[in-house]
Ligand binder design. Structure first.
Ligand code: NAD
Length: 359
């Protein structure tokens, strides 16, 4: 029996509320599937800064390199002061471990009140470059304040990053087609009519990769049109692939379509490592009240188990992932809901209900 080492980084705000209960659920599922996991608690975020003077201590980074994957809770990045050396662990880890693909599914779940039924799409977001200033330069960051009134933000787009994110999207569409029993489709989302060079290169790469996947449908949309069609007829989408900032925005929009950010999981995947991380932030408006929805974090861990299963050819990890997803769906269908979904149950209560479902 394989033993996986999985790092646990709680993060800020609601992180210490949702991450530990999500780990408890995942642990129950891996045991039930006959898998062995060593959970490795590691310091990160504001608590790590207070204790060790660093939001991402080197000790944590070194330990992560010995892990098969990890879960990172949300970080309260707007409170981080770069002048005091407070790095954003999320962006830094994505870049450091080359977690180039951010996979963010949005799916209508049975029994969950939402604006639409029948949504089943995934936003695949490039994760290592684009408009994010902490990822684009070797030192400092890629936003320059030239005068008190003028700021220049540098955006990076490279052929290698575009090709590999496009490949990731098409491979995902193939897997989904197998599962759903109908052909997959990838939609490239861009703004090549204005960002002619950067998004032009992105689109060129998507078209090149599309030609290598003839069984997967392909089309493209300008990002403004994509935002419009997402709220108008989200059922038409399967896999959307896009650059970093557009993916960040559209995936929150997609989470709103199916009920709540509290249900939106995500995986940051590279070729060697993967990091589970819910789409939502630290939710300062509800932190400390015990009402945050832990489902997004639980489902993110299920995505990590799915990735481990593909990377290591391990059927037991796939079984654990399926058990977690099934239990979350069953509990929501039973009407066990946190306040973001109109219910009154708390974080721990929902997680406990999922654990009970796992047996
Ligand atoms: P947010 O996602 O934290 O919150 C947006 C809204 O969604 C809030 O009303 C919040 O209460 C609600 N919400 C979020 N998660 C929920 C959950 N699990 N259950 C129930 N409701 C939930 O976004 P924000 O307020 O823009 O950002 C707050 C902080 O989080 C900022 O510092 C931001 O930089 C950071 N952030 C971090 C990440 C990350 O670490 N992955 C992602 C986004 C934002």
């Amino acid at each position: 029996m394989a033993t996986y080492r999985i790092g646990v980084l709680q993060g800020d705000g609601i992180g210490p509320e949702v991450v530990p209960v999500a780990v408890e659920v995942a642990d129950a599922a891996v045991r039930a599937a006959g898998l062995s996991v060593e959970w490795v608690d590691l310091p990160v975020g504001i608590a790590a800064y207070a204790q060790l003077g660093d939001t991402l201590p080197q000790y944590t980074v070194d330990a992560l390199s010995t892990c098969h994957g990890w879960v990172l809770g949300p970080v309260e990045h707007h409170r981080y002061d770069p002048g005091r050396g407070m790095r954003n662990p999320s962006g830094t880890l994505r870049k450091l471990f080359d977690l180039y693909a951010n996979e963010r599914p949005a799916r209508s779940l049975p029994g969950v009140p939402s604006r639409y039924a029948g949504v089943d799409l995934v936003v695949v977001r490039e994760n290592t470059e684009g408009f994010y200033p902490d990822r684009n330069v070797l030192e400092g960051d890629a936003e320059l304040r030239l005068t008190p009134d003028v700021v220049v933000s540098l955006r990076v787009v490279t052929r290698n990053a575009c090709l590999r994110i496009a490949r990731y999207a098409f491979e995902l569409a193939l897997r989904r087609a197998d599962l759903r029993g109908r052909p997959g489709r990838v939609t490239a989302v861009h703004k090549a009519n204005v960002l002619r060079r950067g998004d032009g290169l992105f689109l060129e790469c998507c078209r090149e990769v599309a030609a290598q996947f003839p069984s997967v449908g392909f089309d493209d949309l300008h990002v403004d049109a994509a935002a419009y069609f997402l709220v108008r007829e989200p059922e038409r989408f399967d896999v959307l692939v896009t650059t970093n900032l557009f993916g960040d925005i559209l995936s929150d929009e997609a989470a709103g379509l199916v009920g709540s950010l509290g249900l939106a999981p995500s995986l940051n995947a590279g070729d060697r490592y993967a990091m589970a991380q819910a789409v939502h932030g630290s939710a300062p408006d509800i932190a400390g009240r015990g009402v945050a929805n832990p489902a997004a974090e639980i489902l993110s861990l299920a995505m990590l188990l799915g990735w481990l299963s593909r990377r290591h050819g391990d059927g037991a990890a796939a079984e654990a992932a399926a058990r977690v997803e099934g239990a979350v769906c069953a509990v929501l269908q039973d009407g066990v809901r946190t306040p973001d979904l109109g219910g009154s149950c708390g974080t721990v209560e929902l997680a406990r209900a999922v654990r009970r479902r796992l047996g």
